[in-house]
Design a protein around this ligand. Structure first.
Ligand SMILES: Cc1cc2nc3c(=O)[nH]c(=O)nc-3n(C[C@H](O)[C@H](O)[C@H](O)COP(=O)(O)OP(=O)(O)OC[C@H]3O[C@@H](n4cnc5c(N)ncnc54)[C@H](O)[C@@H]3O)c2cc1C
Length: 420
């Protein structure tokens, strides 16, 4: 389904002079920046969101699979997604955009193990998730799983399934945050006369500081804007933008490919996201077909990109039954898809914005006046509401930075890149 919210008011654009000053500047109009503007405007702030591209939600956010899950291996991300889901399920009422469609579909995430080693890891993970209070993840044998999802391969020994996980249209979500932030008086719980405006085709090139060195705004290709607080929400570019303020933010941009197959009648549109634990290959129903992806742990870290190149090899890695990462290992019908002539497909690519521990950075930095809401490490759609609400609470002084588990400068254990 292609979501059409064109009947609704859109976000306000700044097409004239930039304002001399606002309460808050947000750098970047992806899902993280728009969510930040939503919560800041709801709290009564005058916000300017600055975006170098000609449309919002057009870089990493556009490439996303738009999936969300509570099945995480850490309580930090679980809390962020739980908070987000509560908003996404009631977005039209909460945002004041009555009738706004996010195409939210709770069809589940189905993780499949083909070896005893990964099945054992799966059982440990479910036990860990129970300690976080997540008690509705089902652990099923291969036969039990095949009785429910007949497409699964006979090789599958065990699955983990949570029915409440699912997908959302992330572009509709970002536009929803943006539209609501420009009409903030209608957001549930709004206080004051908050409002956000979006300056597109405007690039932040530096920071403005006062005599004591406090960041008091940004320099752009269209002039300076002063603000007592600025949030970097520039996705894979956040490390580069932070460097303009002499801030060292470890963000590792890593290319990820999405295979889009718009018409594939064999895909059950009511089915779950189905993931191969052994290879990371997965697909989810989308459009009248599927999106298929693989989180390849060997992809090198690169520089942030404005145009992310696609790589046809990923289509073959997923679709060719001879490939060691083929989807046919998970569900034999993919073999027939290949045999019958590969379906019409196209590729879309973006960059994961990995931090060392694959959790975002939220809140103040060592540069007074400068905050971050970034580094979602491939989970920025599902975590957007929780992360942005917490960032705004931190900049308003409603929460203490020292108590924020995802603060900049926290101790971090590095993680491998073989998880979704
Ligand atoms: C293939 C793929 C699949 C994914 N699947 C999922 C998924 O299923 N679920 C999920 O939750 N997440 C998923 N993600 C991750 C998710 O898409 C990202 O975490 C999220 O979109 C990041 O949003 P953002 O706003 O931080 O970054 P972006 O969307 O990249 O936005 C940052 C913006 O900042 C702007 N910018 C940069 N520098 C400047 C500057 N100097 N001045 C002005 N503007 C600037 C950029 O132009 C850009 O528009 C996926 C990512 C990829 C690549």
């Amino acid at each position: 389904m292609i979501v059409d919210n064109s009947a609704f008011p859109t976000y306000d654009r700044n097409d004239g002079e930039l304002p001399a000053s606002v309460d808050l500047v947000v750098i970047g109009a992806g899902v993280a920046g728009a969510a930040t503007a939503y919560f800041a405007a709801r709290a009564g702030l005058k916000v300017l969101v600055i975006e170098r591209r000609s449309s919002i939600a057009s870089l990493t956010t556009a490439a996303s699979t738009g999936a969300f899950r509570l099945q995480h291996d850490n309580a930090d991300e679980l809390a962020l997604v739980q908070e987000g889901l509560a908003l996404y399920l009631n977005f039209a009422e909460e945002s004041g955009l009555t009738g706004w469609n996010l195409d939210i579909r709770q069809q589940g995430y189905l993780f499949c193990s083909r070896t005893e080693a990964s099945a054992a890891k799966g059982r440990e993970l479910v036990a860990l998730q129970r300690t976080f209070g997540l008690t509705d993840v089902e652990l099923l044998s291969g036969d039990e799983a095949r009785a429910r999802w007949s497409y699964l391969s006979p090789e599958i020994r065990q699955v983990r399934f949570r029915a409440g996980d699912g997908f959302i249209d992330q572009v509709a979500l970002t536009h929803g945050y943006a539209a609501a932030s420009s009409h903030a008086a209608h957001i549930s719980g709004a206080s004051g006369s908050g409002h956000a405006t979006y300056a597109l085709e405007t690039t932040v090139t530096g920071f403005v500081r006062d005599a004591s060195g406090v960041v008091t705004g940004v320099a752009t290709n269209r002039g300076a804007v002063h603000a007592p607080q600025t949030v970097i929400a520039a996705g894979p570019w956040s490390g580069v933008v932070a460097k303009l303020a002499a801030l060292d933010l470890p963000i590792a941009p890593t290319i990820r490919q999405k295979l889009v197959m718009p018409n594939l009648p064999v895909i059950d549109q009511s089915g779950p996201m189905t993931i191969d634990d052994e290879t990371g290959s997965h697909w989810r129903p989308a459009l009248a077909g599927a999106f298929a992806l693989r989180t390849d742990p060997t992809t090198p870290v690169g520089e942030p990109l404005l145009e992310v190149p696609t790589d046809e090899a990923m289509a073959h890695a997923l679709l060719d039954p001879a490939s060691p990462t083929s989807l046919a290992l998970l569900a034999p019908f993919w073999r027939d898809v290949w045999r019958d002539g590969p379906p019409a497909w196209r590729l879309q690519a973006g960059q994961y914005e990995y931090t060392p521990d694959h959790r975002p950075f939220l809140g103040p930095t060592d540069q007074a006046g400068l905050f971050v809401n970034t580094g979602y490490s491939g989970h920025g759609v599902m975590c957007s509401a929780g992360g942005a609400r917490r960032t705004v609470d931190l900049l308003l002084g409603r929460a203490a930075a020292a108590e924020e588990p995802l603060r900049v400068g926290r101790p971090m254990a590095s993680r491998s890149r073989d998880v979704l």
